[in-house]
Design a binder for this molecule. Structure first.
Ligand code: CU
Length: 147
């Protein structure tokens, strides 16, 4: 009699496709001045494909999704993204020199050793809140030089 097992699998499936973005290694750089925007970095993986629509945190007035673009003269500038596509099964990494979450209008400067909550809103997965540790001013990532 195998029906109970089939029923259990059917019930399990919706839970697998719902709320399924892995947010790994979130971190932010300490900022020198509150008047300068801060930056937060993390890695996002969605098994089913999703889109990061927005982010909020109590420590900043606004969080913007930025990419970095280098023009023909080798000058790097930041490009505002309305949303960040997460192709299914691929890890999208935000890191210094590339994509980042720009923390505009900081209430106070980000101090090394502190943490702040960051709420990410995804098209399919909905809201996911992570704790973001603040690393050193020259840090390149968790476990990297300058941590
Ligand atoms: Cu930026």
């Amino acid at each position: 009699m195998k029906y109970p097992l089939v029923a259990a699998l059917l019930f399990a499936c919706p839970a697998i496709t719902f709320a399924d973005v892995a947010v790994t290694d979130p971190w932010a750089r300490a900022s020198i001045l509150a008047s300068r925007p801060g930056a937060a970095y993390l890695s996002l993986t969605s098994d089913t494909g999703d889109r990061l629509l927005s982010a909020t945190t109590p420590v900043a007035g606004q969080v913007m999704i930025h990419a970095a673009e280098t023009d023909a003269n080798g000058v790097s500038r930041m490009v505002h993204l309305e949303a960040l596509d997460l192709p299914s099964g691929q890890t999208v990494t935000l890191s210094p020199g590339g994509m980042h979450l720009m923390l505009m209008g900081l209430g106070e400067k980000l101090r090394e050793g502190t943490r702040f909550p960051l709420t990410l809103t995804f098209e399919t997965a909905g809201e996911i809140t992570v704790e973001v540790p603040v690393l050193g001013v020259g840090a390149m990532g968790p476990g990297g030089p300058g941590e």
